[in-house]
Design a protein around this ligand. Structure first.
Ligand SMILES: [Zn+2]
Ligand SMILES: [Zn+2]
Ligand SMILES: [Zn+2]
Ligand SMILES: [Zn+2]
Length: 574
């Protein structure tokens, strides 16, 4: 079979379907896509609100307790507290409907969605951890998201097996990490990127096995270095004292120097470890994976993002997964087998168009919030025979009477859920993090937008009125005060305009001798995101003079960094 060029229904740009892709679509019996891979990724993300939590009430009858929820109180969905949602005290099959051949499938799906109870947030085994979402086994954590097995961690996302860490992203096995991005096995390290097994250091870029280093890049097994220059211990310690990082203004100056100096760093075209035949970034122990980002131990997969410490195989188009196999066009797959077009599945198989169906479901079509069920359609129970007879008829009906959205995009069988039916506004979801839009752009593309909520608090302190040094901040003065975010809601980063410092946080800054932040947690998250490469690849050649190697890299040709092929990087950096 040849490759084929198609025009994306959404962005109207060309995209190519390769022979291998056709092979996969045939194997899992789905038609080829009509959206390009980026628009498909954006569409899946539109159904994923990770970090916008609201005060709400549990809607179960007789319940009225306050809960936090990814669904804001102005939305009409029935939201249950997760403890009740997981209980046997109600039956989601009570909401079941007969399939109606006079209406498009997606219209029927969303009508059901508006009635079946939704889970307020999704945390597995939280201990003394309330304000988090999409976490597993967190203890004493606050505002961490999409993370597993952390202890005493705050304001972070995509972290695993970390302790006592704040404001970090995509990092694992660290203790006392602050503002770390893609860091592994570090202890007492701040403001660092892609560093591994480092101790007592700050402002590192791509350093390994270093201790007591400050503002350094591409170093291996070094001690007492500043700006990649070797010092003796005494001089190093004296210089570090002079930097006086407990002051916010000094810290900002140093950040600026680090940004300028680390431009000299040599960048490997992609972070790929122990893998063969792969393209993407942040890939380890994987084989035959393409356009893959942040994946570990994956095989035969394409267009996948964030598989952490698991063995996903034969997957296309997955946005966050743990052990998916033979899955396609899904967002949030935990141990799924042959799941297609689904959101938030756990331990389920052989199903399509499910939302929040978990705990050993199989053979479901268009179902919501089911547990341990099989042969259901629109939450109605069928026999195996009746189910197998009806599903092909529904698929045919989806093609004969597709859902057409307000912008004319046609959703037949084989498309993920339409974006305009998402329970979330564009800027509540991670689509805004990876495909940022302004309000006008979002509305003109047919997406919903969440306007700023009316403030029901007053600002106590403006960012520039916070004492410069952590040493000048008395406890009683700062805790419980409402601090204004320096971005003041003007930045399109889901800015909450104001924030508070919590006691654990203040003692952390004191212990680390660091000044208080001036931005709200969401703006801090976006600043970290901006320091990572996009999930996009460009074909480029090695910038080392005389080298002709070419590669796929997430450094666009317009960027200033020095990008080398694997061989030249190894020669220079090791
Ligand atoms: Zn497109
Ligand atoms: Zn902000
Ligand atoms: Zn901001
Ligand atoms: Zn080279």
């Amino acid at each position: 079979m040849n490759s084929e060029t198609k025009i994306c229904q959404n962005c109207k740009k060309d995209f190519i379907i390769e022979p291998d892709d056709f092979g996969f679509y045939e194997k899992i019996k789905v038609p080829p896509p009509t959206f390009c891979s980026e628009c498909r990724s954006q569409r899946r993300m539109l159904w994923r609100n990770v970090r916008n939590l609201y005060k709400n009430k549990c809607k179960a009858s007789g319940h009225d307790e306050n809960i936090i929820s990814v669904y804001s109180a102005d939305k009409t969905f029935v939201v249950y507290d997760q403890k009740y949602w997981w209980s046997d005290d109600y039956d989601p099959l009570d909401y079941g409907k007969d399939y109606d051949f006079s209406k498009p499938f997606f219209k029927q799906f969303i009508e059901l969605f508006n009635q079946v109870p939704q889970c307020n947030i999704s945390n597995v085994n939280p201990v003394n951890t309330e304000y988090t979402n999409m976490t597993i086994d967190s203890k004493d954590c606050y505002l961490i998201f999409s993370s597993t097995q952390n202890d005493n961690c705050y304001y972070s996302e995509g972290i695993n097996n970390c302790k006592n860490s704040f404001d970090s992203f995509s990092s694992h096995h660290n203790d006392l990490l602050y503002q770390g991005i893609d860091c592994i096995n570090c202890f007492n390290v701040s403001f660092s990127i892609k560093s591994d097994s480092c101790i007592d250091s700050m402002f590192l870029y791509d350093c390994k096995n270093c201790s007591n280093c400050f503002c350094c890049w591409n170093l291996r097994n070094k001690k007492y270095c500043i700006e990649n220059i070797q010092y003796n211990k005494e001089d190093y310690l004296k210089k570090i004292l002079d930097f006086n990082i407990s002051s916010y203004s000094n810290l900002n100056k140093i950040k600026h120097v680090y940004e300028l100096k680390s431009k000299d760093a040599i960048r490997k075209f992609a972070d790929i470890i122990n893998s063969e035949s792969v393209s993407g970034n942040g890939i380890e122990f994987s084989r035959n994976c393409h356009e893959a980002f942040d994946v570990s131990r994956a095989t035969n997969s394409k267009y996948v993002w964030r598989f952490l410490e698991n063995n996903g195989s034969d997957n296309y188009d997955i946005t966050v997964g743990t052990k998916p196999e033979l899955c396609y066009e899904s967002n949030g797959v935990g141990a799924g087998y042959y799941m297609r077009f689904s959101v938030g599945t756990g331990n389920s198989s052989n199903s399509q168009y499910t939302h929040s169906c978990v705990s050993g479901c199989n053979n479901l079509f268009g179902c919501i919030s089911l547990r341990s069920k099989q042969y259901c359609i629109l939450n109605k129970q069928y026999t195996k025979e009746a189910y197998e007879e009806l599903v092909p008829k529904i698929i045919k009906h989806m093609n004969d009477m597709p859902y057409i959205d307000s912008k004319g995009r046609v959703y037949k069988y084989g498309e993920f859920f339409p974006s305009e039916l998402s329970p979330f506004c564009y800027n509540e979801t991670i689509a805004q993090e990876y495909f940022p839009l302004t309000k006008d752009e979002a509305l003109s593309q047919g997406y919903k937008w969440k306007d700023k909520e009316e403030r029901n608090y007053n600002i106590d302190i403006h960012g520039d009125a916070i004492p410069d040094s952590i040493k000048d901040i008395p406890d009683t003065d700062i805790l419980n005060k409402v601090i204004e975010c320096n971005h003041k809601g003007t930045c399109n980063q889901q800015c909450t305009e104001a924030f508070k410092i919590i006691p654990e946080e203040l003692s952390f800054y004191r212990r680390m001798n660091l000044p208080l932040p001036r931005l709200c947690p969401n703006c801090r998250h976006y600043e970290r995101l901006s320091q990572r490469n996009p999930m996009k690849l460009w074909h480029r050649s090695c910038m080392k003079e005389g080298c002709t190697n070419e590669f796929e890299t997430s450094y666009s040709p317009k960027r200033p960094e020095i990008v080398y092929c694997e061989r030249c990087y190894q020669q220079e950096v090791y």
